[in-house]
Structures are given as C-alpha cells and as structure tokens.
Write a new protein. Structure first.
Length: 181
C-alpha cells in the first residue's frame, strides 16, 4: 500500500465504519468476492487484489485525512467503484441522469465519462447493461414467472416495454418472451 507507516500507525486498534464511504465499498467488495467467487478465474486474482488494496488504501487515507496523497490511479479506481455503487442503488430509477451521477460525486459529466473510459464502455451503456442483466435474472426466476414482462422492464428503470424489448434483443439476441419460454 502507498500510505506511509507514520499515518497508518494511528489506525492500529481503531474501529473503522463499514457502513459509509470507503468502509462500505470495502464491505461490499468483500461480500461480492465471496458470493460470486465461482465467477472469477485465477487470472482475475491480480486485478482483484489491486482493487482491494486501492479500496483499503482509500479507507485508511480517508481515516487519517491523507486522501489527496494517494496515487491518482488509486483515486480514479476508487471513484469508479463509488460511482458504480451509487448507480446500483439508483438503477431502478428511469429518471437517473448522468448529471445526477456526476453531481452526487462532485465531478463534471465529462470527467464521469473519462473515469468510465477504463471500462471500455460509456456510462450509459454500463447502466443499460446492468439493467438488462437484472431484468434477465428476473425473467429466468421461476418465482417471478407470473410477473408480466413490462412490469419487470419498469422495475429495472425502462420507460417503455418497447425500448426494453428492443434493447434486450440487441444485447441477448433473443426477446424477453423467448427467454421466459
């Protein structure tokens, strides 16, 4: 980690919150690693360990108020995770805008796009993909088979069933109704 010992020594024995800020990100990241461990390959280990170290560095730096001294890349990766977490909480809101996402993180929309550049997709594409993945999960859930497709679309932030169906077909190559069959 890139925080000098003179700063981290004050953290020994301190209780750090796992409910807000970096602590919440660390907690969610660890939960995801455990719950989705089967989805990761051995080759993912290096990347995941870098992300974990960045998050813990951010948590420590924030706790001792040296956040500005973290490497730029660490701050960018941590900001990206914070943004994704924020979007995850608001993914069902059909009115979610990029301006709202940027404002919530005190950045411009253009900087939001630059931060997402590492994802090799636009912010809007990432939001659409997450909504489609969530809708797909509901469509294949036997417990939700009685829920109409348009309600699932609405649940995940789509403003119309037609837009949902077209986006779903473009992404998965089949219609939502075909997935249900």
């Amino acid at each position: 980690m890139s925080i000098p010992a003179k700063y981290t020594d004050v953290l020994v024995g301190e209780k750090l919150s796992a409910n807000v800020g970096y602590g919440a990100l660390v907690k969610q990241f660890l939960r995801t690693l455990v719950s989705d461990s089967a989805d990761f390959s051995r080759s993912d280990g290096d990347h995941l360990s870098v992300v974990m170290c960045d998050l813990v560095s951010g948590l420590f730096a924030k706790s001792v108020e040296v956040e500005g001294r973290l490497p730029v890349e660490t701050r960018k990766r941590t900001l990206l995770l914070e943004i994704k977490r924020f979007i995850g909480f608001r993914i069902c809101d059909p009115g979610l805008t990029l301006q709202e996402v940027a404002d919530a993180h005190h950045i411009s929309v253009s900087y939001l796009h630059r931060i997402f550049g590492a994802e090799e997709m636009t912010v809007s594409s990432w939001i659409l993909r997450k909504r489609l993945e969530n809708a797909y999960g509901d469509l294949v859930d036997p417990g939700l088979s009685a829920v109409p497709v348009f309600q699932i679309a609405e649940k995940w932030g789509f403003k119309s069933a037609a837009v949902f169906s077209r986006s779903f077909r473009d992404f998965y190559g089949v219609s939502p109704k075909e997935v249900r069959s």
